[in-house]
Design a protein around this ligand. Structure first.
Ligand SMILES: Nc1ncnc2c1ncn2[C@@H]1O[C@H](COP(=O)(O)OP(=O)(O)OP(=O)(O)O)[C@@H](O)[C@H]1O
Length: 231
């Protein structure tokens, strides 16, 4: 479904990603792991055309997107949940969710059934301002906004960062459900290796902007984790 070849990415003169190669099959969860500062967020941003410059190839279902701006990638079926969530505090929950719907190509600006199924709390509170929600609820809102675009491919950047431990499991369950029940392909940046092992089909380990190990999740050994992730 997604094939990335020789991906280079830059912020100004800083060359951050060096020849990334990735393959993600339809229906998979690919987890991108690695130490802080190795380029995981930059990889997701580059897939969404949000860095200053990039080259290489990003094929989604056979369509080359490397020169496409962000809105065209959204319309091609990629949705992004950024680290820090970036919801608009003064907008209601409904308005925040519907922002995602502008990427739909069928002109429909409604809340999809999947969002209602996964996030009953949000649906019961559609007129509350997004800024009044807890961190975990805001994360749910950011995921709901992305799902309102009815994406094929969802990019999730550390969805459990800064969230109360009691809510983490709920977010994890939602990620697994949207993959297993709705068939949405996911690229997940995640620090929790136990969850990576439980939820993902494949992994890619980054170091200094390059993929240093990748494969089926059962090949993610403790030795690999220790070598590339402990400080
Ligand atoms: N806007 C920017 N301008 C210049 N350099 C940046 C910018 N954003 C990130 N970088 C640099 O790019 C490199 C990769 O950062 P990135 O945030 O992609 O890493 P990461 O693996 O996601 O780390 P973390 O887990 O801390 O989020 C780092 O050296 C960082 O300092």
């Amino acid at each position: 479904m997604l094939s990335v070849q020789d991906l280079q990415s830059y912020y100004g003169r800083s060359h951050i990603l060096h020849g990334i190669r990735l393959e993600v099959a339809k229906g998979e969860i690919l987890s991108v792991i690695g130490r802080n500062g190795t380029g995981k967020t930059t990889l997701l941003k580059t897939l969404m055309a949000l860095t200053d410059r990039a080259s290489g190839s990003i094929h989604l279902d056979g369509k080359e997107l490397i020169d496409a701006p962000t809105h065209r990638r959204a319309r091609a079926g990629i949705a992004y949940v950024p680290q820090g969530r970036e919801i608009i505090p003064d907008f209601t929950i409904r308005e925040n969710i519907l922002m995602g719907a502008f990427a739909r190509t069928d002109g429909c600006r409604s809340i999809p059934d999947l969002v209602a199924e996964l996030f009953p709390y949000l649906i019961a509170n559609l007129n509350r301002p997004g800024g009044l929600l807890s961190g975990g609820q805001q994360q749910q809102l950011a995921i709901a906004r992305a799902l309102a675009a009815q994406p094929k491919l969802l990019l999730l950047d550390e969805p459990n960062e800064g969230i109360q431990p009691s809510i983490v499991e709920e977010i994890e369950r939602i990620i697994v459900r949207l993959n297993q029940e709705a068939g949405i392909t996911v690229i997940l940046v995640e620090q929790n290796i136990a969850f990576v092992r439980q939820a993902s089909h494949r992994f890619a380990m980054l170091e200094k902007g390059s993929v240093v190990a990748a494969g089926k999740i059962d090949t993610l050994s403790d030795a690999l984790v220790h070598k590339h992730m402990t400080v």
